[in-house]
Design a protein around this ligand. Structure first.
Ligand SMILES: Nc1ncnc2c1ncn2[C@@H]1O[C@H](COP(=O)(O)OP(=O)(O)OP(=O)(O)O)[C@@H](O)[C@H]1O
Ligand SMILES: [Mg+2]
Length: 771
């Protein structure tokens, strides 16, 4: 099996000669010397490798950057180059729009500190930058770096800027492509899971922190980059935390790599301290005062209170848009519908202007996300009461996205947060109170363009006494199986001594190691197995990856590939509030008697068979076209990885009785730790080993009596549910995961009794077979 590193090392020979044009003609950025060279010096200074870096001399005689020397430029030089007439990076003529945007950029708070930034950037390897929201960190700093770091003159390197969220990576890349007057995907691109919009011309890449981590697995020293900017570091996502630990080590081995840690809040000292007292640049914002209002009494129904507040603002407050924070897609869509209905009433009854609502959440397609930037509707008549927009958003809008024109923020004080209980191995998204830092961040959104108001739908005493100061880092709230696998793949064996900014609980770590051991991704000594190495190649949770890799053994890798893709995208089935019955009838058309996984597969096959008008077909069948399309895309990406790893794509003949059974068995091969058994009495189930009482989620299609189920997800709301379930046989558990299902290891009780009975049955059957 050829590894990416092997292939990478061969790359330089394929390099084409450079021309005078600033555009590159290569198919991929060239990797500089591999880590084997152990070079502490700038590799471009190594005479034996000089042929890798011909660009510097060639570029010298070209265009506005001709006189620029790496790491010794000034703001003035950059400003002159930015003034044109031609694009300093692409050589094309600059558009009017470019100059319009440029004027705005020069007025951003950060622009006044460009020289100060450059000074610090040039002098230090790692720096921390904090700036208030909207000061220009995400959009400007990477461009400032480009003009000084000149990555395109330095062995075709790139500048990376990470974002915790896909939406932010995409939308900021688009904005910066506009600012630099280049086509998105050319000089400026983005890379998120299952979507790479970059090219050989890309010098600035916005990407999710998760993607950079994946890249690090193949290229431990991240040699493709000359500068890495970790943005929104204060969000402390799992991937950012791991990246920080990793980059700390990489920085020592790559003195040529520059690292910038950017954060919105003033948690700066912690970052500085962690990065060996790195220098700090603080950028003051240009924010206006925000008046905070609390409710005198706690609100019983925050959704209802939020809608009421939005309408009140609309009816009584002067011009200015509204930002309402809610917790998730369903709630947000529901709120938008209700706001629209209520506003129609209000318009008829009172003298108010139009109010347009926009939803914003992570799974919304990019074009729709972009709509939040549309201007508010004009008043019905000139001089009449103002028109407004209200953006109803998850905490995506809390940082990273800047929506100009917001003057009012409505903050019910909740967000969906991941929580993990290692004792019962359940990770779930729970609607939980936000932290004080989040509340402040939310309020700050109101004071961007002029003095604003923030309506907190909780009491002042709740704010002071009940909200924690900072949200706990994700690493303390997550199942770490995936992270441990990633760290192992990153070559970090000693997890105990890995330099975490906040080390996870030992129990969580133990659980992760145990889980990976059961999945046969780690051996008993904690080393990666061949299966583990393969699993780490997939951007999937270990159970999904193991299922996919094992699926050829069950003669159904084609189907499991589809299913894996379907399980990686948002909900396929659409169930509008006003048309639930019809939606449920439609879902029944695809139902498979053995359960939800096979039903999803039926949907996908029908979708692929529909050649004429897929969007219309989806609408008619209450299916999400967007989710199916995205599953199709994910499938293609995963298929490429399978082909690269030489995992065969096979199917059982559809006419064979075992067609569906094989798929169910393959499911068990990955998810044998997510099994529930029906309680001898009643409707409830108990999860095997973790012993939790659960109900099947009402969305299931499963109707038949089923003693054993494999489930995809544990959902904790007011009750515990298992969602996406499929009927299985206990014999398969003994066959596929005998170590995990050794009856001896179970306490006395119904599960153990059933396992023993099954074992007996299998034994007897085998005896009979032998006769
Ligand atoms: N998509 C966009 N459309 C129009 N203007 C934008 C857009 N994105 C950013 N801007 C402008 O650029 C300015 C700087 O935005 P930027 O995202 O760089 O700020 P930031 O310092 O990263 O803020 P945050 O802390 O919220 O992430 C904004 O104030 C806004 O005026
Ligand atoms: Mg930002």
């Amino acid at each position: 099996m050829s590894t990416t590193e092997d292939r990478k090392r061969k790359k330089p020979q394929e390099k084409e000669p450079r021309t005078n044009s600033p555009k590159r003609h290569k198919s991929e950025p060239v990797s500089p010397p591999s880590r084997n060279t152990k070079s502490k010096i700038d590799p471009s200074k190594n005479p034996y490798l000089a042929h890798w870096y011909p660009a510097e001399e060639k570029k010298d005689d070209w265009g506005p950057l001709a006189k620029f020397r790496r790491h010794s430029t000034t703001a003035k030089m950059a400003n002159i180059a930015e003034d044109g007439p031609s694009n300093p990076f692409s050589g094309s003529e600059l558009s009017d729009r470019y100059f319009n945007i440029l004027k705005g950029r020069r007025g951003l708070p950060i622009a006044a500190q460009r020289d100060e930034f450059l000074n610090m950037f040039q002098k230090s390897q790692i720096m921390v930058l904090v700036g208030e929201t909207g000061s220009g960190k995400t959009t400007q700093i990477p461009q400032y770096v480009l003009f000084d770091d000149l990555p395109h003159l330095n062995g075709y390197k790139q500048v990376a800027c990470t974002q915790p969220r896909r939406v932010a990576a995409m939308s900021v890349a688009k904005r910066v492509a506009d600012e630099m007057d280049v086509e998105l995907g050319q000089e400026v691109g983005y890379s998120i899971r299952f979507e790479d919009k970059t090219s050989s011309n890309t010098i600035l890449k916005y990407m999710t922190d998760g993607m950079l981590l994946r890249e690090a697995m193949h290229d431990h020293l991240l040699e493709r980059y000359s500068c890495i900017i970790l943005d929104e570091a204060h969000e402390r996502t799992l991937a950012t935390d791991i990246l920080m630990g990793l980059l700390k080590g990489v920085a020592e081995r790559r003195p040529d790599l520059k690292i910038i840690i950017m954060s919105a809040t003033l948690d700066a000292q912690k970052f500085q301290h962690y990065f060996n007292d790195a220098p700090l640049l603080a950028v003051p914002g240009r924010t206006y005062p925000v008046e905070i209002y609390y409710t005198p009494e706690p609100e019983r129904d925050y959704l209802e209170a939020a809608i009421r507040t939005v309408l009140q603002i609309h009816a009584t407050e002067p011009e200015g848009d509204i930002l309402l924070f809610l917790t998730g897609e369903e709630e947000i869509e529901d709120a938008c519908r209700k706001i629209n209905a209520e506003v129609d009433l209000l318009i008829r009854e009172a003298d108010v202007g139009p109010l347009k609502s926009y939803a914003l959440y992570g799974t919304l397609p990019p074009q729709q996300q972009q709509r939040i930037f549309e201007p508010a509707p004009p008043p019905f008549k000139p001089g009449g009461p103002p028109g407004r927009k209200v953006v109803v958003s998850t905490n995506i809008a809390e940082t990273s996205l800047t929506i100009d024109g917001i003057v009012y923020v409505v903050d019910p004080g909740f967000s969906k947060q991941k929580v993990y209980n290692p004792r019962i191995r359940v990770e779930s998204l729970l609607v939980s109170p936000i932290s004080k830092a989040s509340a402040q961040q939310r309020a700050g959104r109101a004071g961007r363009t002029r003095p604003g108001k923030c309506f907190r739908l909780y009491t002042e005493s709740a704010f002071k006494k009940e909200l924690i100061d900072q949200t706990y880092p994700e690493i303390l709230r997550s199942n770490l199986a995936n992270t441990v696998l990633e760290l192992k793949k990153l070559g970090i064996d000693d997890l105990v001594h890995f330099d975490f900014m906040d080390p996870p609980a030992p129990e969580t770590m133990m659980r992760a190691l145990e889980e990976l051991n059961y999945l046969a991704c780690l051996d008993d000594d904690g080393n990666l197995t061949t299966l583990g190495k393969l699993a780490a190649e997939f951007p999937l949770d270990p159970a999904l990856a193991v299922m996919l890799i094992s699926s050829p053994e069950f003669l159904c890798s084609n189907e499991i590939l589809s299913l894996t893709a379907l399980l990686s995208v948002p909900q396929l089935f659409v169930r509008p509030l006003n048309n639930r019955r019809r939606a449920d009838e439609m879902k029944k058309l695809f139902a498979h008697e053995d359960g939800d996984h096979l039903t999803m597969l039926n949907v996908y096959h029908a979708f692929k068979g529909e050649e004429e008008n897929q969007p219309a077909w989806c609408r008619e069948h209450f299916l999400s076209y967007r989710a199916l399309q995205s599953a199709d895309n994910v499938r293609t990406q995963l298929q490429r990885i399978m082909e690269r790893l030489e995992i065969p794509l096979v199917s059982t003949d559809f006419s064979e009785k075992s067609y569906y059974e094989n798929i169910r068995k393959a499911l068990v091969s990955g998810f044998f730790m997510q099994i529930a058994m029906k309680n001898p009495t009643g409707k409830a189930y108990t999860t095997v080993k973790d012993n939790q009482d659960v109900l099947i989620h009402p969305s299931t299609v499963l109707e038949k009596e089923s003693q054993w189920l494999v489930y995809n997800e544990f959902v904790l709301t007011t009750k515990s549910f298992i969602r996406t379930v499929t009927h299985i046989r206990p014999e398969w558990l003994l066959d596929i995961a005998p170590g995990y299902y050794d009856a001896k290891d179970f306490p006395k009780g119904p599960v153990r009794t059933e396992l023993e009975r099954t074992m007996d049955r299998v034994r007897k059957r085998n005896v009979l077979k032998r006769r």
